[in-house]
Design a protein around this ligand. Structure first.
Ligand SMILES: O=C(O)CCC(=O)C(=O)O
Ligand SMILES: [Fe+2]
Length: 455
């Protein structure tokens, strides 16, 4: 194995991986398995980077059958790795491979080359003697491309340029001044906001729950979900042998046991009571570990017409350990200025706005923007001197949160500790013209349909 210190090394290691990938799918699993192991802190192997990347590319390009094949051949780890590589934070990543992978991903995204180099150097220092780095992520993409091209005619097979070549091409980012929270917010038209958020609302006649929603932006319902519903879902979810759960955001459409929780009529009634509109289920996060998604309000990810007529629900399926990376929020922050996706995107570089990733050409603007969004929110929190609160929950406890509430999935203190939750997101039925396909369940509760298999 070669230590990567120069552009020539990148090329040589790439060639080694191309050779390992071979020409076709039949023995791809064997070839990937034959890649050299490189123990990380959690015992992961070097090949994990390649597998994660292969899986991500296949999945993103909707080559589900091939993705399933790779997964079947290599074990369910492929999915977990792919998810971790996409969602982890550089500073929190305990896994050397992922750390390195992120460095490479940074550079692929035209991200901060200094950070990419730093993560690479950090990894080098962490490596035990006799272990080496190779260019895993990029070549994972190459392997995936090759796999696809064996089965599908139209996919390009061109080799992606090496990391250092890309770094050489990147222009240094010009930083003029610090971006503040105000810079990424907009003033919404009050008359279009949900009724409980309007300043001129007559508070007489509001229920205690409506008052607390108006004041805090959350509603906590202890021991709210019947055990039998939770147990049925947990049994089904346990069939997925990895902590990330199903990858597709609309897995609920294929899993009735999940819908029984997400569309539990008393829960839907609470949502309607707070938002003033019937709510439509359209997203579920089924991982049993923290997303580690940093501070944000959810609404800035939505199209403008949603206008914060949106809410999410955090359901504890078991006792949630404080060490497992609980959900954290700032009470009352839904009355702070409203983060605006348009404003955030306007602060990206033109290159970032134009960038398309993967075979599907997705632009991950919210990920690129974290470099200024996270510091801006952290500065706002410090300036206001407010204290975050964690949702330390028992089985059946539920937290409903406002689309504008500042929240995050914290980093676990014990990395592999389970955090058994179901997180579901809803919009007002009249606020989603972009989700025309919808059905009602036997109780009349509505959910959106998407063209995605259970994955
Ligand atoms: O991991 C978490 O608890 C945070 C999830 C989150 O931010 C969301 O679902 O909107
Ligand atoms: Fe969120």
């Amino acid at each position: 194995m070669i230590d990567v210190e120069s552009a020539a090394d990148w090329d040589r290691t790439s060639e080694a991986l191309y050779a390992a990938a071979g020409d076709g799918p039949p023995d791809i699993a064997d070839r990937l398995r034959a890649l050299p192991p490189r123990p990380g802190r959690d015992g992961s192997l070097h090949r994990d980077n390649v597998i994660a990347r292969v899986f991500t590319v296949l999945f993103n390009s909707r080559h589900y059958a091939l993705a399933r094949e790779v997964e079947a051949a290599l074990g369910l780890r492929a999915r977990t790795l792919a998810k971790t590589a996409g969602g982890a934070k550089l500073t929190d990543a305990g896994d050397q491979n992922i750390l390195f992978g992120l460095g490479v991903l940074d550079s692929q995204r035209g991200g901060d080359p200094v950070r990419a180099k730093e993560s690479f150097e950090t990894l080098r220092r962490m490596l035990p003697p006799g272990h080496h780095l190779i260019n895993g992520c990029l070549d994972g993409e190459a392997v995936a491309t090759r796999l696809i091209s064996q089965r599908v005619q139209t996919v390009e097979t061109e080799k992606p340029p090496g990391l250092l070549v890309r770094l050489g091409l990147m222009k240094p980012r010009r930083v003029t001044r610090k971006i503040t929270f105000k810079d990424i917010c907009a003033v919404p038209d009050e008359s279009l906001l949900p009724w409980l958020d309007r300043a001129d609302l007559d508070e007489r006649g509001l229920s205690a729950e409506q008052r607390s929603w108006r004041r805090d932006g959350v509603l906590v319902l202890r021991d709210f979900i019947p055990r039998a519903l939770i147990d049925a879902y947990v049994a089904r979810r346990s069939e997925v042998a990895n902590t990330s759960g199903w990858l597709s955001a609309s897995s609920y459409q294929h899993v009735p046991e999940m819908r029984a929780l997400a569309l539990y009529p008393p829960l839907m009634a609470k949502l309607k009571h707070l938002l003033g509109e019937e709510m439509l289920l359209h997203l579920a996060l089924t991982g049993w570990v923290s997303t580690e998604r940093d501070w944000h309000q959810d609404d800035y990810l939505n199209p403008d017409f949603v206008m914060t007529c949106y809410s999410a629900v955090w359901m504890a399926l078991d006792t949630i350990s404080p060490d497992s990376g609980p959900f954290e929020y700032i009470p009352g922050s839904h009355r702070w200025p409203l983060m605006s996706g348009t404003k955030v995107r306007s602060l990206l570089t033109q290159e970032e706005r134009d960038r398309r990733e993967g075979t599907q050409g997705v632009n991950h603007w919210e990920v690129y923007a974290e470099r200024f969004v996270t510091p801006a929110i952290e500065a706002e929190i410090a300036a206001r001197g407010v204290r975050p609160v964690q949702f330390i929950a028992g089985k059946g406890d539920v937290l409903l949160w406002h689309a504008r509430l500042m929240h995050r999935g914290t980093a676990p203190r014990r990395p592999n500790l389970e955090r058994r939750s179901l997180i579901t997101h809803y919009s007002g039925v009249n606020h989603r013209p972009d989700m025309p396909q919808r059905v009602a369940d036997e109780n009349g509760q509505r959910y959106a349909l998407f063209e995605a298999p259970l994955y």
